[in-house]
Design a protein. Structure first.
Length: 276
């Protein structure tokens, strides 16, 4: 089989995979490529989460941890109930929710692993300031898991690595030669600039939008969200990289988009009555 026929065969196969593995993100209906089974990532995430619990210093601030869990429970119910009322498949049906508070004031961060494994760092609390702020951050992180962004990123990584391997084959190994000569990982470079980053920023913006919805459905005041990003911008003190080099939208762009979405979300996604 010559190169042209092989390339045609490969591209046809990839197209077939893409068609059969193409789904849409919940609510936004953005098209997604999913080549990696969700259950696989959920299982891996659960193992990593257990390691995090053993290696990180967990906070003994039970009051804040209980607040985190209360916000989480409200969101769990609201999200599931929304999809049920909308006659849509619940993307959290297989989640095994769990919450931890990590004692690290230097880290202003939070995350949610596939399957609903959530961690909040004490450093982010000076940014969130209050319950509505904390709910906004948690809504954003939970949105990543609900929209299956990790599955999507893992699937895209598979395609990028496969594609660059083929380029190396068809270039007679020149790609590998360049990597050895320059000490650069071309796959990593392509992922960082121009391929993965725009994709990641799209995910971040989607999580901003879905996070607003989930916080609103759960009965929290989402107007606090713009205040959070103003405080985060101040905390960074101009140290943000140019947006094209970052996996996240700039704070200014983030605030602008959230402000544009605010009234729509408040009107179209009112609080869902919580179970007694």
């Amino acid at each position: 089989m010559n190169r042209r026929n092989f390339l045609h065969f490969f591209c046809y196969g990839c197209l077939s995979i893409g068609i059969t593995s193409c789904t849409t993100a919940p609510i936004t209906e953005r098209k997604q490529l999913k080549l990696i089974p969700e259950a696989t990532l959920n299982a891996q995430a659960a193992k990593i989460y257990e390691k995090v619990k053993k290696t990180e210093k967990l906070s003994d601030d039970t009051k804040t941890l209980n607040e985190i869990k209360q916000i989480g429970k409200r969101m769990e119910f609201a999200i599931s109930e929304y999809f049920s009322q909308s006659n849509m498949e619940d993307p959290t049906a297989n989640f095994d929710w769990e919450y931890i508070l990590i004692d690290n004031k230097k880290v202003k961060n939070a995350w949610c692993m596939p399957g609903g494994k959530i961690a909040i760092y004490t450093g982010i609390l000076e940014i969130t300031k209050n319950t509505n702020g904390l709910a906004a951050v948690m809504g954003h992180e939970i949105a990543h898991a609900v929209a299956k962004h990790s599955v999507e990123r893992a699937s895209r990584s598979v395609l990028i690595r496969t594609g660059t391997s083929l380029i190396d084959i068809f270039s007679g190994g020149k790609l590998s030669q360049v990597n050895r000569a320059t000490g650069m990982n071309t796959v990593g470079l392509l992922s960082q600039l121009g391929i993965m980053n725009p994709f990641n920023r799209k995910q971040e913006s989607e999580a901003d939008y879905l996070g607003l919805i989930f916080a609103s459905l759960s009965g929290y005041d989402i107007r606090e969200t713009t205040k959070i990003w103003e405080r985060m911008k101040e905390a960074k003190k101009g140290k943000e990289p140019p947006e094209f080099m970052s996996t996240h939208p700039s704070s200014d762009n983030r605030i602008k988009k959230i402000t544009e979405w605010m009234n729509e979300v408040i009107v179209e996604y009112p609080p869902i009555k919580q179970a007694e």
